[in-house]
Design a binder for this molecule. Structure first.
Ligand SMILES: Nc1nc2c(ncn2[C@@H]2O[C@H](COP(=O)(O)OP(=O)(O)OP(=O)(O)O)[C@@H](O)[C@H]2O)c(=O)[nH]1
Ligand SMILES: [Mg+2]
Length: 299
Protein backbone atom coordinates (compact mmCIF):
# COMPACT_ATOMS: atom_id res chain seq x y z
CA UNK A 1 0.00 0.00 0.00
CA UNK A 2 1.70 3.09 -1.34
CA UNK A 3 0.36 5.58 1.13
CA UNK A 4 1.78 3.78 4.15
CA UNK A 5 5.31 4.26 2.91
CA UNK A 6 7.11 6.71 5.15
CA UNK A 7 8.83 8.66 2.39
CA UNK A 8 9.06 12.26 3.49
CA UNK A 9 7.64 14.76 1.02
CA UNK A 10 6.31 18.30 1.24
CA UNK A 11 2.81 17.59 2.43
CA UNK A 12 -0.05 19.41 4.06
CA UNK A 13 -3.59 20.72 3.98
CA UNK A 14 -4.59 24.04 2.44
CA UNK A 15 -8.00 25.72 2.82
CA UNK A 16 -9.23 27.59 -0.26
CA UNK A 17 -11.59 30.32 0.89
CA UNK A 18 -13.02 33.64 -0.23
CA UNK A 19 -16.26 35.38 -1.17
CA UNK A 20 -18.69 33.57 -3.51
CA UNK A 21 -18.05 33.41 -7.27
CA UNK A 22 -14.39 34.46 -7.17
CA UNK A 23 -13.13 31.29 -8.89
CA UNK A 24 -12.19 28.91 -6.06
CA UNK A 25 -13.62 25.78 -7.66
CA UNK A 26 -12.15 26.75 -11.04
CA UNK A 27 -8.71 26.92 -9.41
CA UNK A 28 -9.10 23.55 -7.68
CA UNK A 29 -10.10 21.83 -10.93
CA UNK A 30 -7.22 23.51 -12.76
CA UNK A 31 -4.62 22.42 -10.19
CA UNK A 32 -5.95 18.87 -10.29
CA UNK A 33 -6.21 18.76 -14.07
CA UNK A 34 -9.68 17.32 -13.78
CA UNK A 35 -13.10 18.48 -12.71
CA UNK A 36 -14.24 17.46 -9.26
CA UNK A 37 -15.88 20.70 -8.13
CA UNK A 38 -18.76 22.27 -10.01
CA UNK A 39 -18.50 25.79 -11.42
CA UNK A 40 -21.06 28.37 -12.50
CA UNK A 41 -21.32 32.08 -13.20
CA UNK A 42 -23.74 32.39 -10.24
CA UNK A 43 -22.59 32.94 -6.65
CA UNK A 44 -22.97 30.22 -3.99
CA UNK A 45 -22.51 27.31 -6.36
CA UNK A 46 -20.38 25.18 -4.01
CA UNK A 47 -22.28 23.97 -0.96
CA UNK A 48 -19.87 21.44 0.54
CA UNK A 49 -16.24 20.98 1.38
CA UNK A 50 -14.56 19.37 -1.62
CA UNK A 51 -11.15 17.89 -1.15
CA UNK A 52 -8.69 17.81 -4.04
CA UNK A 53 -5.33 16.06 -3.71
CA UNK A 54 -2.52 17.39 -5.89
CA UNK A 55 0.37 14.92 -6.10
CA UNK A 56 3.93 15.33 -7.33
CA UNK A 57 7.05 13.17 -6.99
CA UNK A 58 8.05 14.98 -3.83
CA UNK A 59 4.88 16.68 -2.62
CA UNK A 60 1.24 16.18 -1.83
CA UNK A 61 -0.99 19.20 -1.38
CA UNK A 62 -4.48 18.55 -0.06
CA UNK A 63 -6.69 21.48 -1.03
CA UNK A 64 -10.12 22.04 0.48
CA UNK A 65 -12.52 23.93 -1.78
CA UNK A 66 -15.22 25.62 0.30
CA UNK A 67 -18.51 27.50 -0.13
CA UNK A 68 -18.12 31.26 -0.59
CA UNK A 69 -18.11 33.27 2.64
CA UNK A 70 -20.91 35.85 2.71
CA UNK A 71 -23.37 37.44 5.12
CA UNK A 72 -25.64 34.43 5.30
CA UNK A 73 -29.17 34.43 6.69
CA UNK A 74 -30.96 31.22 5.67
CA UNK A 75 -30.15 28.00 7.55
CA UNK A 76 -28.61 26.42 4.40
CA UNK A 77 -26.37 29.43 3.76
CA UNK A 78 -25.35 29.64 7.41
CA UNK A 79 -24.31 25.98 7.25
CA UNK A 80 -22.36 26.65 4.05
CA UNK A 81 -20.44 29.57 5.58
CA UNK A 82 -19.81 27.51 8.72
CA UNK A 83 -18.28 24.74 6.59
CA UNK A 84 -15.94 27.29 5.03
CA UNK A 85 -14.87 29.00 8.24
CA UNK A 86 -14.55 25.72 10.18
CA UNK A 87 -12.10 24.52 7.54
CA UNK A 88 -9.64 27.20 8.72
CA UNK A 89 -8.66 25.30 11.81
CA UNK A 90 -6.02 22.60 11.50
CA UNK A 91 -4.70 23.57 8.08
CA UNK A 92 -1.09 24.33 7.19
CA UNK A 93 -1.90 27.26 4.93
CA UNK A 94 -4.84 29.29 3.68
CA UNK A 95 -5.46 30.57 0.19
CA UNK A 96 -7.73 33.62 0.31
CA UNK A 97 -9.05 34.37 -3.15
CA UNK A 98 -10.66 37.56 -4.39
CA UNK A 99 -12.08 38.58 -7.75
CA UNK A 100 -9.91 41.42 -9.06
CA UNK A 101 -12.84 42.83 -11.01
CA UNK A 102 -14.58 43.46 -7.62
CA UNK A 103 -11.51 44.51 -5.73
CA UNK A 104 -12.77 46.78 -2.96
CA UNK A 105 -11.46 45.52 0.37
CA UNK A 106 -14.44 47.02 2.29
CA UNK A 107 -16.74 44.73 0.40
CA UNK A 108 -14.90 41.62 1.43
CA UNK A 109 -14.39 42.75 5.00
CA UNK A 110 -16.69 40.06 6.38
CA UNK A 111 -14.62 37.39 4.69
CA UNK A 112 -11.28 38.77 5.90
CA UNK A 113 -12.63 38.97 9.47
CA UNK A 114 -12.35 35.22 9.62
CA UNK A 115 -8.64 35.46 8.89
CA UNK A 116 -7.83 37.52 11.98
CA UNK A 117 -7.71 34.60 14.40
CA UNK A 118 -5.79 32.18 12.21
CA UNK A 119 -2.14 31.46 12.86
CA UNK A 120 -1.02 29.82 9.62
CA UNK A 121 0.35 31.64 6.56
CA UNK A 122 -2.24 33.15 4.24
CA UNK A 123 -1.71 33.65 0.52
CA UNK A 124 -3.86 36.24 -1.24
CA UNK A 125 -4.82 35.29 -4.77
CA UNK A 126 -6.10 38.08 -6.98
CA UNK A 127 -8.06 36.10 -9.53
CA UNK A 128 -9.48 36.93 -12.97
CA UNK A 129 -6.56 39.18 -13.90
CA UNK A 130 -7.31 38.31 -17.51
CA UNK A 131 -10.22 40.76 -17.14
CA UNK A 132 -8.32 43.76 -15.70
CA UNK A 133 -5.65 46.03 -17.10
CA UNK A 134 -2.22 45.49 -15.57
CA UNK A 135 -1.87 49.10 -14.33
CA UNK A 136 -5.02 48.71 -12.26
CA UNK A 137 -3.44 45.89 -10.26
CA UNK A 138 -0.92 47.92 -8.28
CA UNK A 139 -3.41 50.04 -6.29
CA UNK A 140 -5.43 46.90 -5.57
CA UNK A 141 -2.34 45.12 -4.25
CA UNK A 142 -1.57 48.16 -2.07
CA UNK A 143 -5.09 48.22 -0.66
CA UNK A 144 -4.86 44.56 0.37
CA UNK A 145 -1.38 44.98 1.77
CA UNK A 146 -2.78 47.60 4.15
CA UNK A 147 -5.62 45.28 5.14
CA UNK A 148 -3.74 42.19 6.23
CA UNK A 149 -0.26 40.73 6.54
CA UNK A 150 -0.42 38.18 3.72
CA UNK A 151 2.48 35.77 3.25
CA UNK A 152 2.30 36.39 -0.49
CA UNK A 153 0.04 38.19 -2.95
CA UNK A 154 -0.26 36.56 -6.34
CA UNK A 155 -2.28 37.80 -9.33
CA UNK A 156 -3.64 34.80 -11.23
CA UNK A 157 -6.13 33.68 -13.80
CA UNK A 158 -7.57 30.39 -12.58
CA UNK A 159 -9.48 30.06 -15.83
CA UNK A 160 -6.36 30.31 -17.99
CA UNK A 161 -4.06 28.65 -15.43
CA UNK A 162 -1.92 31.75 -15.40
CA UNK A 163 0.10 32.36 -12.23
CA UNK A 164 -0.69 28.97 -10.73
CA UNK A 165 2.96 27.84 -10.93
CA UNK A 166 3.91 30.69 -8.63
CA UNK A 167 1.16 29.64 -6.25
CA UNK A 168 2.49 26.07 -6.19
CA UNK A 169 5.98 27.38 -5.48
CA UNK A 170 4.74 29.46 -2.54
CA UNK A 171 2.74 26.57 -1.12
CA UNK A 172 5.71 24.22 -1.35
CA UNK A 173 7.79 26.71 0.63
CA UNK A 174 5.18 26.84 3.38
CA UNK A 175 4.26 23.17 3.73
CA UNK A 176 6.15 20.96 6.19
CA UNK A 177 7.96 17.71 5.40
CA UNK A 178 6.01 14.60 6.22
CA UNK A 179 4.42 11.45 4.85
CA UNK A 180 1.68 11.66 2.24
CA UNK A 181 -1.72 11.93 3.90
CA UNK A 182 -3.58 10.14 1.08
CA UNK A 183 -2.75 7.43 -1.47
CA UNK A 184 -1.00 8.89 -4.50
CA UNK A 185 -3.56 7.69 -7.03
CA UNK A 186 -6.73 9.30 -5.72
CA UNK A 187 -7.48 12.91 -6.71
CA UNK A 188 -10.36 13.49 -4.29
CA UNK A 189 -12.26 12.12 -1.32
CA UNK A 190 -15.68 12.68 -2.88
CA UNK A 191 -17.57 9.67 -4.20
CA UNK A 192 -18.80 9.16 -7.76
CA UNK A 193 -22.30 9.27 -6.30
CA UNK A 194 -21.66 12.75 -4.91
CA UNK A 195 -20.10 13.93 -8.18
CA UNK A 196 -23.21 12.70 -10.02
CA UNK A 197 -25.49 14.75 -7.77
CA UNK A 198 -23.22 17.79 -8.14
CA UNK A 199 -23.08 17.62 -11.95
CA UNK A 200 -26.89 17.55 -12.05
CA UNK A 201 -26.96 20.54 -9.70
CA UNK A 202 -24.44 22.34 -11.90
CA UNK A 203 -26.64 21.91 -14.98
CA UNK A 204 -29.55 23.36 -13.00
CA UNK A 205 -27.32 26.36 -12.15
CA UNK A 206 -26.47 26.75 -15.84
CA UNK A 207 -29.98 26.33 -17.21
CA UNK A 208 -32.28 28.04 -14.71
CA UNK A 209 -32.30 31.48 -13.14
CA UNK A 210 -33.32 33.65 -10.19
CA UNK A 211 -34.08 31.66 -7.05
CA UNK A 212 -34.59 28.32 -8.81
CA UNK A 213 -31.02 26.89 -8.65
CA UNK A 214 -30.82 27.89 -4.98
CA UNK A 215 -34.05 26.01 -4.29
CA UNK A 216 -32.80 22.73 -5.72
CA UNK A 217 -31.13 19.85 -3.92
CA UNK A 218 -30.28 16.61 -5.71
CA UNK A 219 -30.62 13.21 -4.06
CA UNK A 220 -29.15 10.12 -5.71
CA UNK A 221 -31.66 7.31 -5.15
CA UNK A 222 -29.90 4.61 -7.17
CA UNK A 223 -26.34 4.25 -8.45
CA UNK A 224 -25.73 0.86 -9.97
CA UNK A 225 -22.77 -0.06 -12.11
CA UNK A 226 -22.37 -3.06 -14.43
CA UNK A 227 -19.77 -3.73 -17.15
CA UNK A 228 -21.50 -1.54 -19.73
CA UNK A 229 -23.04 1.36 -17.83
CA UNK A 230 -23.94 3.10 -14.63
CA UNK A 231 -27.66 3.44 -13.93
CA UNK A 232 -28.42 6.53 -11.90
CA UNK A 233 -31.81 7.60 -10.54
CA UNK A 234 -31.82 11.06 -9.03
CA UNK A 235 -34.51 13.20 -7.45
CA UNK A 236 -34.36 16.97 -7.74
CA UNK A 237 -35.97 18.42 -4.62
CA UNK A 238 -37.49 21.88 -5.02
CA UNK A 239 -38.99 24.06 -2.32
CA UNK A 240 -42.29 25.01 -3.96
CA UNK A 241 -44.76 23.66 -6.47
CA UNK A 242 -44.15 26.53 -8.93
CA UNK A 243 -40.45 25.57 -9.05
CA UNK A 244 -41.38 22.00 -9.91
CA UNK A 245 -43.10 23.34 -13.01
CA UNK A 246 -40.02 25.35 -13.97
CA UNK A 247 -37.64 22.41 -13.54
CA UNK A 248 -39.87 20.12 -15.58
CA UNK A 249 -40.53 22.78 -18.23
CA UNK A 250 -42.96 22.79 -21.14
CA UNK A 251 -43.72 19.15 -21.93
CA UNK A 252 -40.70 18.12 -19.90
CA UNK A 253 -38.28 20.13 -22.03
CA UNK A 254 -36.23 21.61 -19.17
CA UNK A 255 -35.85 18.34 -17.31
CA UNK A 256 -34.78 16.71 -20.56
CA UNK A 257 -32.16 19.41 -21.15
CA UNK A 258 -30.80 19.10 -17.60
CA UNK A 259 -30.69 15.30 -17.94
CA UNK A 260 -28.95 15.34 -21.32
CA UNK A 261 -26.28 17.81 -20.26
CA UNK A 262 -25.63 15.93 -17.00
CA UNK A 263 -25.56 12.53 -18.69
CA UNK A 264 -23.03 13.65 -21.31
CA UNK A 265 -20.69 15.12 -18.75
CA UNK A 266 -21.01 12.16 -16.37
CA UNK A 267 -20.23 9.80 -19.24
CA UNK A 268 -17.02 11.69 -19.89
CA UNK A 269 -16.06 12.06 -16.23
CA UNK A 270 -16.79 8.46 -15.25
CA UNK A 271 -15.58 6.96 -18.54
CA UNK A 272 -18.63 4.74 -18.97
CA UNK A 273 -22.13 5.06 -20.43
CA UNK A 274 -24.62 6.58 -18.04
CA UNK A 275 -28.29 5.83 -17.90
CA UNK A 276 -29.78 8.78 -16.03
CA UNK A 277 -33.36 9.05 -14.79
CA UNK A 278 -34.44 12.30 -13.16
CA UNK A 279 -37.45 12.86 -10.91
CA UNK A 280 -38.72 16.10 -9.36
CA UNK A 281 -40.27 16.36 -5.93
CA UNK A 282 -41.49 19.23 -3.75
CA UNK A 283 -39.74 19.11 -0.40
CA UNK A 284 -41.38 22.16 1.11
CA UNK A 285 -38.88 24.85 2.23
CA UNK A 286 -36.12 22.25 2.52
CA UNK A 287 -33.37 24.90 2.79
CA UNK A 288 -34.87 25.98 6.13
CA UNK A 289 -35.56 22.45 7.34
CA UNK A 290 -32.78 21.45 9.75
CA UNK A 291 -33.77 17.78 9.60
CA UNK A 292 -33.53 17.68 5.80
CA UNK A 293 -30.26 19.64 5.91
CA UNK A 294 -28.89 17.04 8.32
CA UNK A 295 -29.87 14.30 5.88
CA UNK A 296 -27.93 16.23 3.25
CA UNK A 297 -24.87 16.11 5.49
CA UNK A 298 -25.04 19.62 7.00
CA UNK A 299 -24.82 20.39 10.70
N1 LIG B 1 -12.46 35.54 -16.72
C1 LIG B 1 -12.26 34.68 -15.73
N2 LIG B 1 -13.29 34.03 -15.21
C2 LIG B 1 -13.06 33.15 -14.18
C3 LIG B 1 -11.76 32.92 -13.69
N3 LIG B 1 -11.84 32.02 -12.69
C4 LIG B 1 -13.15 31.70 -12.58
N4 LIG B 1 -13.90 32.37 -13.46
C5 LIG B 1 -15.36 32.31 -13.64
O1 LIG B 1 -15.97 32.81 -12.46
C6 LIG B 1 -17.22 32.13 -12.23
C7 LIG B 1 -17.23 31.55 -10.83
O2 LIG B 1 -16.28 30.50 -10.75
P1 LIG B 1 -16.33 29.40 -9.61
O3 LIG B 1 -15.09 28.60 -9.71
O4 LIG B 1 -17.63 28.68 -9.60
O5 LIG B 1 -16.27 30.33 -8.30
P2 LIG B 1 -16.33 29.92 -6.77
O6 LIG B 1 -15.46 30.87 -6.03
O7 LIG B 1 -16.05 28.48 -6.60
O8 LIG B 1 -17.85 30.24 -6.43
P3 LIG B 1 -18.79 29.68 -5.22
O9 LIG B 1 -18.72 28.19 -5.24
O10 LIG B 1 -20.11 30.20 -5.57
O11 LIG B 1 -18.24 30.28 -3.95
C8 LIG B 1 -17.33 31.08 -13.34
O12 LIG B 1 -18.13 31.62 -14.35
C9 LIG B 1 -15.89 30.91 -13.81
O13 LIG B 1 -15.77 30.49 -15.15
C10 LIG B 1 -10.66 33.63 -14.30
O14 LIG B 1 -9.49 33.49 -13.96
N5 LIG B 1 -10.99 34.50 -15.30
MG1 LIG C 1 -17.18 26.96 -5.83
Amino acid sequence: MDYLEEKQVKSGIVALIGPPNVGKSTLLNGLLGQKISIVSAKPQTTRNKILGIVNGDDYQIVIIDTPGIHNARSPLNLEMVKLATDSLSEVDAIIFMIDTTFPLPEKIHSATQHLQNTKCPIILLLNKVDLVEREKLLPILDAYKALFDFKAMIPISALHQDGTELLMKELLQILPEGPRLYPQDIPTDVTERFIASEIIREKIFHLTSQEVPYSCAVLIERFKEDEKKIAINATICVERKSQKGIIIGKQGAMLKQIGQAARLELKELLGINVNLKLFVKVQKDWSKDTRFLKEMGFG
